[in-house]
Design a binder for this molecule. Sequence first.
Ligand SMILES: [Zn+2]
Length: 221
Amino acid sequence: MKHSQVAFYCDFDGTIAERDMVGVILRRFAPPEAERIVAEVNAKRRTVKDGVEAMFGLIPSNVFPDMEQYAREQTKLRPGFDAFVALCREKRWRLTVVSGGFDFFVYPVVAPYRDVVKVYCNSLDATGAYLKVKWGVPCDTACDGGCGLCKPTVIRKTLQAGETLVVIGDGVTDVKQAKLADFVFARDKLLAECKALGLPHAKFETFYDIARHSYLAVEEA
Ligand SMILES: [Zn+2]
């Protein structure tokens, strides 16, 4: 039976948090030049890593305390996360949060669940004149690079032999990890990519959907 060997790898921005908090922060604190960088990343003329570093590099470090407070106030969770964590605890499923976002808004959300949830995310260095991104897990040699925080690298480092890999996410930065998965819970752009690539998946809107269908994922994978 695979039931005791399931490992969920879950995105944060737009997944656990209803909105992309990196985008929310940048819209509030980055100067207008950042829009050009967003367009370059979306057009794939620039990697996510370079784009995010460049945008935070436009923001003076002295706004960091305001940024932390703003991000915490603005983080709204997708319904059902608490119930899903409880299910993982009960079933002894591993749950890893892998976020391209930052510790100052991810950690407060997962703080009540640290007994079951493992977290990989990034931080900001505010010791210089401008903010500097410190990536939690850089790309390994098996990745084609440019991720910033490299989700497939986290999976390669931490997935245990015999585990069924289930990925939960919403965005283009989840595609590389979705390609490694036995099953994907997807919404938004990741859902379209799963359909286009023919990956085994189900769509979700809340974590109640995922909790209900997790048996299906475990059976199908
Ligand atoms: Zn990578």
